[in-house]
Design a protein around this ligand. Structure first.
Ligand SMILES: Nc1ncnc2c1ncn2[C@@H]1O[C@H](COP(=O)(O)OP(=O)(O)OP(=O)(O)O)[C@@H](O)[C@H]1O
Ligand SMILES: [Mg+2]
Length: 237
């Protein structure tokens, strides 16, 4: 079994948190000692306990766990912007060692860690360190989360190519948020087309479930849906 998997996406808001939480929760129901991580989060909320990232909270909920926060989300920033932009506006400097240290410590206590990225693969964390650099440094294989509809062929192929150009292993891609009853022609045909052109395995098509909402920490039937529609065995290999 691998040490974990890095979940990236073709863009922001494509469903990385939903897919990461679904995978983590579904693996936990299989009896795996799974951990979650959101190394860098922006748009975090200030609370009495300090800055809290919604994504990190949702991930933790999926595995019914509540910390330790400093390992789950070592870098938390309030402004809802790309990390580099938020840091420039707020005069902050990200300590990149915090990310790798937290990951190393988490992997000591967990058998498999699901790591959610931020935005897409070329999002800048600092001026010379991008999400793809972080993936490389953590040494994890990647799953790409993509939208279901028109435009996703281009975005998914670009993301896969960018990762492969860096020598990063792409385990597969997952199409998220398909409307099962009223799928458009693009939604129905995109998964096979992307698989055919990229030669990267489709690991699942996750339906849209109105009961899921990351912002209010509503997990709905996400874990059951992930167990049914996502190829967990390939993710663990
Ligand atoms: N399969 C789904 N069913 C219902 N709602 C979904 C589904 N996938 C995503 N959403 C909703 O769409 C929004 C974006 O999803 P999510 O937060 O997982 O995206 P993200 O890629 O993690 O975004 P970010 O770049 O901000 O981290 C959220 O409000 C979430 O609740
Ligand atoms: Mg997210």
């Amino acid at each position: 079994m691998n040490r974990g998997v890095f979940i990236t996406g073709t863009d922001t808001e494509v469903g990385k948190t939903v897919v990461s939480a679904g995978i983590a929760g579904a693996l936990k129901t299989r009896g795996i000692n799974v951990g979650v991580m959101k190394p860098v989060a922006t748009g975090a909320m200030m609370t009495e306990d300090g800055l809290i990232s919604n994504d990190a909270q949702f991930l933790l909920k999926s595995i019914r766990c509540d910390g330790p926060r400093e390992l789950i989300n070592p870098v938390s920033i309030e402004l809802p912007l790309a990390p580099l932009v938020a840091c420039r506006l707020d005069g902050l400097q990200i300590d990149l060692n915090k990310i790798t240290d937290a990951f190393q410590r988490l992997t000591k206590t967990k058998d498999f860690v699901v790591v959610e990225g931020i935005g897409g693969v070329w999002v800048p964390i600092t001026e010379d360190y991008f999400v793809c650099d972080m993936i490389e440094e953590l040494g994890l294989p990647v799953i790409v989360v993509a939208r279901a509809g028109l435009g996703t062929i281009n975005h998914t192929l670009l993301t896969i190519k960018a990762l492969q150009d860096r020598g990063i292993v792409v385990k597969g891609f997952i199409i998220n948020g398909i409307n099962e009853k009223e799928a458009t022609i693009a939604e129905r045909t995109n998964p096979e087309i992307i698989e055919e052109i990229s030669r990267i395995p489709l690991l699942g098509v996750l339906p849209f479930d109105p009961k899921i909402d990351v912002s209010s920490l509503e997990i709905g039937d996400l874990i059951e849906l992930t167990s049914r529609y996502v190829d967990l065995s390939t993710i663990l290999l």
